[in-house]
Design a protein around this ligand. Structure first.
Ligand SMILES: [Zn+2]
Length: 370
């Protein structure tokens, strides 16, 4: 009987990806170690998160990821198409001496919808707490002033806070406390802004329409500490409201958590990339709700060298002209020497600007490293 149960479980383990829906495959990135579930036709594409290598198909039974359950909820993409276009256009135009591959059309053509996982946890919280609660109050004083040969009395209101020590007990259910299911989550949010986890919809694999799903790389056990930080903020706020206080400080508690229920939620992100001079992918991320864009900025040193070369040619023409005018001035017509002075200044001026594109490209590439 035990053996039979083991067999049933192992068949379920091997078929875990079948639960997601038909035609889904597992693929991983050797560069960022990202593991994705995606439609089979997208399997050999570039990694949608780091762009550095092509994804490699994995065997769902042998290369079992740390968490394989399908998500329960999904936050839909809602950034308007014209807004995405405008963000991409602005980014493509913002770089002088951009690599040849960076254009509005290539970025839009490579736009890939990606879902990032997030945990939502519900928990029953019990325990004792203590904090200082602050209550606003006003004092009114009177100030005498000698004005217009008379004493005037002015009422002055002043705001103060009265602090009182409070202790209490708590027994309450907290729902939907968010905690990242990806190590990279805070880096993504630092670039494109926070996601709004409100108003999610139930997850149906059929609705995903070509999107790639990043599997969690932080299981609930790892994410729990962050959830507790969020819970403490929520509890401290509730205790303050229960005391009808205006402020609180020095919150301490000794909580016990029971009945934790974890839900996996997907968050919408678009990614795209362009290739730099060294054929390395530079990633562009767009927030799936707000359209906020973050792109790695690289200039093309090859283009900078071409522009510098053209400027140098112009400077060389002025130099030759200066030398010719000098020769003419010393041998035949002295009045030409003034013109030689003008072209000499132009030679130095134009020649000096040849370094600008090189310095610009070098500065962009060395300061914009991620
Ligand atoms: Zn990757």
């Amino acid at each position: 009987m035990v053996k039979l149960m083991d067999e049933v479980e192992s068949v379920q383990n091997e078929n875990w990806i079948g639960v997601w829906g038909a035609n889904w495959v597992l693929a991983g990135c050797a560069s960022c170690n990202g593991v994705f579930v995606l439609p089979s036709e997208k399997v050999s594409q570039r990694c949608p998160l780091c762009g550095q290598t092509a994804l490699a198909q994995m065997n769902p039974a042998e290369d079992r990821p740390i968490y394989t359950q399908p998500p329960e909820l999904v936050v839909p993409f809602r950034a308007a198409e014209n807004q995405l276009r405008a963000s991409v256009r602005q980014f493509a135009k913002s770089l002088w001496l951009a690599p040849a591959d960076l254009s509005e059309n290539t970025l839009l053509g490579r736009l890939q919808p990606v879902y990032l996982p997030m945990w939502l946890v519900d928990a029953q919280v019990q325990g004792e707490w203590q904090a200082e609660m602050g209550f606003d109050y006003e004092i009114v004083s009177h100030r005498e002033q000698f004005q217009n040969s008379d004493w005037q009395t002015e009422r002055v209101k002043e705001k103060r806070v009265r602090w009182e020590q409070r202790i209490g007990r708590l027994d309450r259910q907290y729902d939907n406390q968010a905690a990242p299911a990806l190590e990279e989550h805070s880096q993504v949010e630092a670039k494109i802004g926070r996601f709004d986890c409100k108003a999610p919809k139930p997850f149906h694999p059929g609705d995903l329409d070509g999107a790639v799903i990043h599997l969690p790389n932080r299981p609930p056990e790892d994410a729990w500490n962050e959830a507790v930080v969020g819970l403490q903020t929520a509890v401290a706020q509730d205790c303050r409201l229960a005391c009808e206080a205006d402020h609180s400080r020095g919150f301490k508690w000794s909580p016990r958590f029971t009945n934790q229920q974890w839900t996996q939620l997907l968050l919408p992100l678009y990614t795209s990339y362009y290739l730099d001079d060294d054929n390395r992918a530079q990633m562009v991320l767009l927030h799936g709700q707000t359209g906020q864009l973050h792109g790695a900025k690289r200039a093309s040193m090859k283009r900078a060298q071409r522009v510098a070369g053209m400027i140098a040619v112009v400077a060389a023409v002025f130099l030759l002209l200066t030398l010719a005018l000098l020769a003419l001035g010393f041998t035949m017509a002295e009045e030409v020497l003034a013109w030689a002075g003008v072209t000499g200044v132009l030679t130095v001026g134009v020649g000096g600007t040849a370094v600008i594109p090189l310095v610009y490209a070098w500065t962009i590439n060395s300061t914009a490293k991620e």
